[in-house]
Design a protein around this ligand. Structure first.
Ligand code: ATP
Ligand code: MG
Length: 139
């Protein structure tokens, strides 16, 4: 059985470029309902915790610098088959490999600065959502 919620962030690059509005429009046009959302900034510790799975990777330092350099939009999205469908909507990690019309094809500028995050499993979607939102912030 697949879950009906995923977690996303609009990353600092896309916020800086003024792409919050168009990205939210793509998300809602694709049938996702926003059930929680906030404008916030990750601390270094937040980013290191959030991306702990990548801590041995050569790009980890760069990733933490990038994710903390400015505000982000965090959101929980609801739709049937949410995790998989949202990964399809955002496209491949590297925008050069992302399919036409995907959020990363449209708004990402590099494999590092790739506009949005999408949870990669139901389990991680729940963990990441709980990292940012209390029960009374989810509707
Ligand atoms: P995300 O988890 O942010 O949705 P993803 O699941 O598509 O992205 P991951 O492999 O989880 O990709 O990588 C996490 C993030 O680390 C990427 O989105 C990107 O910002 C950064 N990253 C990944 N690979 C590289 C790389 N080779 N060089 C620099 N940054 C990278
Ligand atoms: Mg990932």
């Amino acid at each position: 059985m697949t879950g009906n919620r995923t977690f996303t962030m609009i990353k600092p690059d896309a916020v800086e470029s003024g792409h919050i509005g168009p990205i939210l429009e793509k998300i809602t046009a694709a049938g996702f309902k926003i059930v929680a959302m906030k404008y916030t900034q990750l601390s270094r510790r937040d980013a290191e915790t959030f991306y702990a799975i990548h801590k041995e990777r050569p790009f980890f330092g760069e990733l933490v610098e990038f994710m903390t350099r400015g505000p982000i939009v965090a959101a929980i999205l609801e739709k049937d088959n949410a995790v998989e469908d949202y990964r399809a909507l955002i496209g491949a990690t590297n925008p050069e490999q992302a399919a036409e019309g995907t959020i990363r094809k449209l708004y990402a500028t590099s494999v590092a600065e790739n506009a949005v995050h999408g949870a990669d499993s139901d389990e991680n979607a729940a963990i990441e959502g709980a990292f940012h939102f209390s029960g009374r912030e989810i509707f």
